[in-house]
Design a protein around this ligand. Structure first.
Ligand code: URA
Length: 275
């Protein structure tokens, strides 16, 4: 059997997924609206106890139509595993469309129309009182959560917020200069370690796991594969692979914005030898 994500088959998610904002709200100058919105990953059936609020979808998410599926998602899946959370989570992003260009996201931090739609998702997921903790990835997600919390102070008061560094902080910080990838990775892992005890105290695990902190570098098991049950029906199993398989390619900016190249990882090329 191949478990799969049933998608948006119930209200209010059916209406949210059919009535999403378009380019009048998400300007194509700042967002890759041409690839369509990508809404969530995880449980929408009221069983989630943790909400992860990410930033925006990237290449793997664009192909799978679920968020936090690429390396950032696998790092987050590993963090949830340290809380003993294997299935009782939902993830949504600050932006349903992928951010385009430098500053595309920050220009829309408090955008009221973008926030209004996001708040409908957060209301749907956080008002029923089954979620006990929110993990916000990076500063845009933290701000987005705080903006929602201002609109729902009673609900926010009973939620634990862990505003942690974004899982790709090491790559973005080292690319910006001034810090090495190794130092930025150690910094991220120290930050996540700092939040783990409080998160464990506020989250009832699916399966109790011993408390374990991160080291200074990524270790085996720190990244966890995305469960196939989180992906649409019929998803190929290599979509859950820890090896990257989707990237933007193109010899100029036009082509690069228009192209995602998908390559099946070598370990998944299980077809008979080609002659
Ligand atoms: N992919 C997502 O869907 N969200 C992030 O924040 C990063 C990668």
């Amino acid at each position: 059997m191949h478990p799969f994500c049933p998608g948006y088959d119930r209200e209010p998610f059916r209406s949210l997924a059919s009535g999403y904002p378009g380019p009048d709200v998400y300007p194509p100058r700042d967002f890759r609206v041409e690839w369509g919105p990508i809404f969530h990953r995880g449980r929408l059936d009221g069983t989630a106890r943790v909400l992860v609020l990410g930033q925006d979808p990237a290449t793997h998410e664009t192909i799978t139509r679920r968020i936090l599926v690429g390396e950032a998602g696998q790092r987050v899946q590993g963090l949830l595993a340290r809380l003993g959370i294997t299935s009782s989570y939902t993830m949504v992003n600050t932006f349903v469309f992928s951010v385009f260009g430098q500053g595309g996201g920050t220009r829309h931090t408090h955008d009221p129309a973008i926030a209004a739609y996001r708040h409908r998702w957060l209301d749907a997921l956080l008002l029923p009182e089954t979620v006990t903790a929110v993990i916000a990835l990076g500063t845009l997600a933290k701000t987005a959560y705080r903006d929602w919390a201002d609109t729902q102070p009673a609900a926010a008061a009973r939620l634990h917020l862990a505003a942690i560094r974004h899982p790709t902080f090491p790559e973005s910080a080292s690319a910006a200069g001034g810090v090495t990838l190794a130092d930025a990775t150690a910094n991220l892992l120290q930050d996540w370690n700092k939040h783990l005890p409080d998160l464990r105290a506020h989250v009832e695990p699916d399966e109790p796991v011993p408390e374990r902190l991160y080291g200074d570098t990524w270790q085996d098991g720190d990244l966890q594969a995305i469960p196939v049950a989180d992906l649409p029906a019929g998803s190929p199993s290599w979509w859950t692979s820890l090896d990257g398989w989707a990237r933007r390619t193109g010899t100029d900016a036009q082509l690069k914005r228009a192209t995602i190249t998908v390559t099946i990882p070598s370990a998944a090329r299980t077809w008979p030898p080609l002659t």
